[in-house]
Design a protein around this ligand. Structure first.
Ligand SMILES: [Zn+2]
Ligand SMILES: [Zn+2]
Length: 357
C-alpha cells in the first residue's frame, strides 16, 4: 500500500479526509498501522478555534496504538506485526533542559512530535521508537492502550502534587498511616476524570465539581465520594473536608476557576493548575491566602519518559480502568461527528478507527 487516508484539519471547524503517501521507515524508525486513536481536548480546541501546537492545514490526532507495519534498519526491540502503544513525543536528551532531567520541557520535544494518528499509518521517528514505545500486553485492548499519552500527562501532574502516599502500594489507603488525603477536582472531562481514576488508585479521597449531571454521575461511578455542581460547591466544606482539600486540581481551563481554586485548599495545600488558558491570560489570586496559608501553586506540562513508563505499568497491570471514558467509536470518514458531539458537551473521548479494519 502506498497511499493512506488521513484526517486533516484544514481550518477551525473544517476536517477533510485526504489521501497521502504512506511513509517508509528510515533507520531506527517504526511505521505503525493505527488500530485505535482517541480524541483529546487539545484536538477539540484545535477543531473549534485553532491551536498553536497543531499547525493548519495539517494532520492531527496524537493518542494511538497499533501494530508495527514495518521496522527501519537497526530496530531491535520490535518486529513487523508486534502490537504496540506509544506516545507522540520523546525528548532529545541533549538540550540544557534534558541535561537537567527536565525532559518534559525539552527544547525540541514539541518540534519533533508526531501528528496524524487520525489516519491509517503513523511514522515514529527513531527517538520515539527507542524511548517511548512499548509492546502492548495481550489483555489490553487497542482502545485502552491508546490512553498511554493522556495518562502520561496526568501521571506527570499527579507527580507534581507530591502525594503523601507511596506510588507502589496496591492498597495505599490501608497501608498508609495518618489522616486521609483529600482532593477536589474541577472539571470532569477526560483529564479531570483521569486525575480522579489515578488519585483513587493511590487511595486519595476525591470530590469533583463539574457542570453536567452526566459527568458527575460518571465521576461517582469512578469513585468520587462527593460531587457538586458549581452553585452547590459551598457544601464541599461541610460535607467533605472541613478545612479544605489537600489538593485542588483545576482541569477546566477557565480563568474564573483558576482564580477561585485556592479558596478550596486547606492551609499548606497544593493547587494544580492543569487546564491551559488562552495565551497570556492574566489571573488574580488572593496574596494573603498564598502567603499566610502557605499554598503552593503548581502547573504541569506534558510528561517525561519516567511518567510514560509509569502510565504503561498502570495500564499493563490493569491498575487503572480507563474504558468507561470511551463514549463511542467513529470511522475515519465520520470522525467529524465525534468532534461535533464533543463540542456540544456530549461524551468524554471517542475512538476513531479506520473503517476498513
Ligand atoms: Zn492528548
Ligand atoms: Zn532536550
Amino acid at each position: 500500500m502506498t497511499e493512506q487516508k488521513q484526517l486533516w484539519l484544514a481550518a477551525p471547524g473544517k476536517i477533510i479526509l485526504r489521501e497521502v503517501p504512506v511513509p517508509m521507515p528510515g533507520r531506527g524508525e517504526l511505521l505503525i498501522k493505527v488500530r485505535a486513536s482517541l480524541t483529546c481536548g487539545t484536538d477539540l480546541k484545535a477543531y473549534l478555534r485553532g491551536h498553536n501546537l497543531i499547525p493548519m492545514p495539517g494532520p492531527f490526532g496524537h493518542e494511538f496504538s497499533g501494530t508495527v507495519a514495518a521496522a527501519g534498519r537497526g530496530v531491535k526491540k520490535f518486529r513487523e506485526g508486534d502490537a504496540v502503544m506509544a506516545v507522540h513525543t520523546a525528548p532529545c536528551l541533549k538540550c540544557p533542559y534534558c541535561e537537567k532531567g527536565l525532559y518534559n520541557l525539552c527544547e525540541r520535544i514539541m518540534e519533533t512530535k508526531v501528528l496524524g494518528a487520525f489516519g491509517q499509518y503513523v511514522l515514529l521517528p527513531e527517538h520515539i521508537a527507542a524511548i517511548n514505545t512499548f509492546k502492548k500486553p495481550e489483555g489490553l485492548s487497542f482502545e485502552e492502550a491508546a490512553f498511554l499519552e493522556p495518562l502520561s500527562c496526568v501521571v506527570h501532574g499527579v507527580g507534581r502534587l507530591g502525594l503523601n502516599v507511596p506510588a507502589e502500594n496496591r492498597d495505599a489507603r490501608k497501608k498508609r498511616k495518618g489522616p486521609d488525603e483529600t482532593a477536589l477536582i474541577f472539571g470532569a472531562g477526560p483529564i479531570g476524570l483521569l486525575h480522579l481514576i489515578l488519585l483513587r488508585a493511590r487511595g486519595v479521597r476525591v470530590a469533583v465539581c463539574a457542570l453536567e449531571g452526566s459527568r458527575l454521575r460518571l465521576s461517582q461511578q469512578l469513585g468520587a465520594e462527593a460531587v457538586f455542581k458549581p452553585e452547590r460547591l459551598e457544601g464541599f466544606f461541610s460535607r467533605f473536608a472541613p478545612p479544605g482539600a489537600d489538593y485542588v486540581i483545576e482541569c477546566t481551563g477557565r480563568k474564573e476557576v483558576w482564580e477561585s481554586a485556592p479558596r478550596y485548599a486547606r492551609r499548606g495545600g497544593r493547587i494544580m493548575l492543569f487546564g491551559g488558558l488562552k495565551k497570556g491570560s492574566p489571573v488574580v489570586f488572593s496574596s494573603s491566602r498564598i502567603h499566610y496559608d502557605e499554598l503552593a501553586l503548581v502547573a504541569s506540562f506534558h510528561f517525561c519518559p519516567e511518567d510514560v513508563r509509569q502510565a504503561y505499568k498502570l495500564l499493563a497491570e490493569r491498575r487503572v480502568n480507563v474504558s468507561s471514558l470511551i463514549s463511542g467509536t467513529c470511522s475515519l470518514p465520520r470522525a467529524e461527528s465525534a468532534f461535533k458531539k464533543l463540542a456540544a458537551g456530549r461524551g468524554i473521548k471517542y475512538v476513531i478507527k479506520d473503517g476498513m479494519q
